[in-house]
Design a protein around this ligand. Structure first.
Ligand SMILES: NC(=O)c1ccc[n+]([C@@H]2O[C@H](COP(=O)([O-])OP(=O)(O)OC[C@H]3O[C@@H](n4cnc5c(N)ncnc54)[C@H](O)[C@@H]3O)[C@@H](O)[C@H]2O)c1
Length: 377
């Protein structure tokens, strides 16, 4: 256990969008945080977030923020394909980091980022927020302590309202860089691979469909696949992020079944337990849509706002990261190396689906690059 001699924290938040604001609100309440600086490209958004969290410094240029002497840690919460430059700059400055998932959207970039983090020796963790949701922690504990015996088969089913997919394809500079696995399936994948961390994946076989989002945004609707581990155990995963806007889950519904030689554990994280029906428009969730009138509350992965504060996994994750930085406490955050491994696996799902054949794991950056996919496809 760490000694109780907490360090002060000056936190740089790079990218003050939805997640930057959530994390900033939590940081503003943390006793060790005495400085918050924001780097946000959109001036109106920067002003809104500054006022909401009482930030001490605001700029559009993250280099200017990272040069401030008060800064001792950084949150990188830019869009998925824009993490690389600020991560490299924060690593250069030797700052501990909380980076949003995925580490990068291209495998070569993710490799570059991981190498820079390793070289600088900084403590960099990645926002696989669901590790902080109580039910996944309970599952982790039962698997870790051998309650199921040897785990032999895991199945996960992630269903998502298409609002997230439409928003992502709209924001991406190149739609081929993103996919349901890279952007969202990575959450379920991380949970399962965290549960299975003692086992080494050796092969992947996957297929995708694009009948709904293809014509709309040149996007992929859904991917299903099978990972085989070295010892013969299996993980079957499917995700669709093309469910109709009327689907009651605002964002993420997940079901996981884990079977072992001596036990089975099933986890219902679909959020069907709290159902709201209303004739009024709702303003919450990742990409709120005024036409939706029925909602599975709790399906927004970061958590929910109650009494003016974020409650739920992203709050716990951010608080625990601040404690990790301040007190050196161990936490269950995903490391940058684990995040790189998740990106490699999600790219391998996409590669296998594209080539329509099984792929040995791990894959190299060259295999999943846009160039090589174009040649293959
Ligand atoms: N862990 C979770 O549960 C969870 C949930 C939602 C999103 N995310 C992740 O968080 C990240 C951000 O998502 P979001 O929903 O907040 O997106 P967002 O679009 O709301 O916010 C991103 C912000 O970054 C700003 N930005 C981009 N590049 C910048 C730069 N170089 N300098 C300064 N500002 C810059 C944009 O202007 C935008 O305001 C993504 O990686 C996403 O996948 C994680």
């Amino acid at each position: 256990m760490a000694k109780k001699n907490p360090k002060r924290i000056g936190v740089a938040i790079i990218g003050a969008g939805r997640v930057g604001l959530f994390r900033g609100e939590v940081a503003a309440r943390h006793p060790q945080v005495d400085f918050i600086g924001l780097a946000e490209k959109r001036t109106d958004r920067a002003e809104l977030v500054r006022d909401r969290i009482g930030a001490d410094f605001v700029t559009a240029d993250f280099h200017e923020l990272l040069a401030r002497p008060e800064v001792t840690a950084a949150i990188i919460s830019t869009d998925e394909h824009l993490h690389v430059a600020p991560v490299l700059a924060a690593a250069e400055r030797g700052l501990p980091m909380l980076i949003e998932k995925p580490l990068a959207t291209e495998l070569a970039e993710s490799e570059r980022v991981l190498a820079a983090i390793r070289k600088s020796g900084v403590d960099a963790v990645v926002g696989y927020t669901q590790r902080f949701r109580r039910r996944w922690l309970a599952a982790k504990e039962k698997v870790r302590t051998g309650q199921l015996g040897d785990v032999t088969l895991v199945a996960s089913r992630a269903f998502m309202n298409r609002l997230v997919a439409l928003d992502n394809y709209k924001r991406a500079s190149d739609p081929s860089q993103i996919s349901p696995m890279v952007i969202s399936g990575t959450h379920a994948l991380d949970i399962v691979m965290w549960l299975m961390e003692a086992k080494r994946p050796v092969e992947i076989y996957a297929r995708s469909v694009d009948k709904a989002l293809g014509p709309l945004v040149r996007g992929i609707d859904a991917t299903a696949g099978l990972i085989t581990f070295e010892d013969g155990s299996l993980y079957t995963a499917c995700i669709s992020w093309a469910l109709p806007v009327a689907w009651p889950g605002a964002v993420y519904s997940l079901e996981v079944g884990i079977t072992g030689t001596e036990g089975v554990l099933t986890i219902d994280d679909t959020h069907r337990d709290i159902v709201l029906a209303t004739s009024k428009a709702q303003g919450e969730g990742y990409a709120p849509d005024e036409t939706r009138r029925v909602d599975f509350l709790g399906s927004y992965p970061p958590g929910d706002i109650a009494l003016g504060e974020l409650r739920g996994p992203m709050r716990e994750e951010t608080e625990q990261w601040l404690n990790r930085v301040s007190l050196g406490l161990p936490t269950q955050h995903a490391t940058a190396a684990e995040a790189h491994h998740r990106l490699m696996l999600t790219k391998a799902f996409d590669l296998s689906a594209r080539l329509k054949r099984a792929i040995p794991l791990p894959i190299e950056a060259g295999e999943s690059s846009r160039e090589s996919l174009r040649k293959a496809g």
